[in-house]
Design a protein around this ligand. Structure first.
Ligand code: MRU
Length: 353
């Protein structure tokens, strides 16, 4: 069913679990159409994740948790449901993290599983708010920031990771300028981030992905702020394709790099970035624009949708437990061993590129 775009606040609730059924705001249709997909079982959730109806690492994990809750309510085989969901997308470790948490419940009834899924959802929002405070606290007054892909309310349980930092910093009057990329080829930046920023009334400037080097070379940027799909124990970070290019330019031109992700995005089982599986999607996503073919028929395309930024290029890793400085050899996995509430960071303690 499709309808006119509702008020932004309403539309920004992208994942809803109501009366035992999962409603997903179809992110393929945004920003021009608001369409909800209703999932009644784990297989439908897996299809929705694969097709990018729901996307963004935390949102994928939350949707999968609800998928397991629906499998329990229907009496479906939990192992099949879990395997189906696990196979839906390979890079975002939040999916595996959420499934492991649901599995760890053991032999409980469906109502307890639904409650756990709701808890995962609510905790994600709380973690985002905490990360936003930590990250915003690291920005100097008048900071000029660039974000990539969509890491906002659409990609999470609410508020967002990197975009959450930008929202909070904007409310605190800390930002001098906000830039975001288009994010080829799926246009998460042009379609989703632009829409979220406009909904919040945050003035922003979109650039072509390839324009970031020119922006940095001209001294026009202080921070690149991105989310993550999987952070290896040493801080190497998989995120939307193009993040590595942004970090490389940032290194060259003295711009700092901040990665913002909840602790569920850290994978202690991946020692470094070489162990992170990188999703490759259909080359047709590159050969078309808005459903219209842009490349000639027969064009061969390679379409990896994530890349890995080495820890040495990341000045700050912000999670709800605190801040690590991967470029200085501090490993994000260490934060998982510390207390659950990190300390407040300020720019003066954050180190520089
Ligand atoms: O392919 P997507 O749209 O699921 O990729 C999303 C990203 O790469 C985000 O930057 C990442 O998941 C962090 S979102 C909070």
């Amino acid at each position: 069913m499709s309808q006119a775009i509702p008020s932004p606040g309403e539309a920004l609730r992208a994942v809803r679990f109501e009366a035992g059924v999962l409603h997903l705001l179809d992110q393929r249709a945004l920003p021009h159409e608001t369409r909800w997909l209703v999932c009644h079982d784990a297989a439908a959730v897996a299809d929705a994740i694969r097709a990018m109806v729901v996307r963004g690492a935390p949102a994928i994990g939350i949707a999968a948790a609800y998928g397991m809750a629906m499998a329990a309510a229907a009496g479906d085989d939990p192992e099949i449901a879990e395997a189906t969901l696990r196979a839906s997308r390979p890079t975002a470790v939040n999916l595996h993290w959420a499934l492991a948490r649901m599995r760890a419940l053991g032999d409980v009834d469906a109502a307890v599983r639904a409650e756990e899924a709701r808890a995962i959802h609510a905790e994600d929002l709380a973690q985002n708010l905490r990360m936003a405070e930590l990250g915003a606290g690291m920005l100097g007054t008048g900071a000029r920031v660039l974000t990539h892909c969509n890491t906002g309310a659409l990609a999470t349980g609410g508020h967002g990771t990197a975009l959450g930092v930008i929202r909070t910093a904007w409310s605190a009057g800390r930002l001098g300028a906000v830039f975001h990329t288009e994010t080829r080829p799926w246009l998460q930046g042009a379609r989703l981030t632009a829409w979220e920023l406009a909904a919040e009334g945050i003035p922003a400037t979109m650039i072509a992905d390839a324009a970031a080097a020119q922006l940095m070379a001209g001294g026009g940027l202080d921070w690149v702020i991105v989310g993550a799909d999987r952070v290896a124990a040493n801080g190497d970070t998989a995120n939307k394709i193009g993040t590595l290019a942004l970090a490389t330019c940032a290194r060259a031109f003295g711009t700092r790099v901040m990665v913002v992700a909840p602790s569920g995005t850290v994978d202690p089982d991946c020692a470094d970035g070489a162990a992170i599986p990188i999703e490759e999607r259909d080359g047709d996503e590159l050969c078309t624009l808005g459903g219209t073919r842009s490349a000639p028929a027969g064009t061969r395309a390679w379409n990896p949708v994530f890349d890995v930024t080495p820890a040495a290029m990341i000045d700050a890793f912000v999670c709800e437990r605190g801040v690590a400085r991967p470029a200085l050899g501090e490993h994000p996995a260490e934060l998982l061993r510390g207390p659950a509430d990190g300390g407040q960071e300020t720019e003066s303690t954050a180190g520089s590129a």
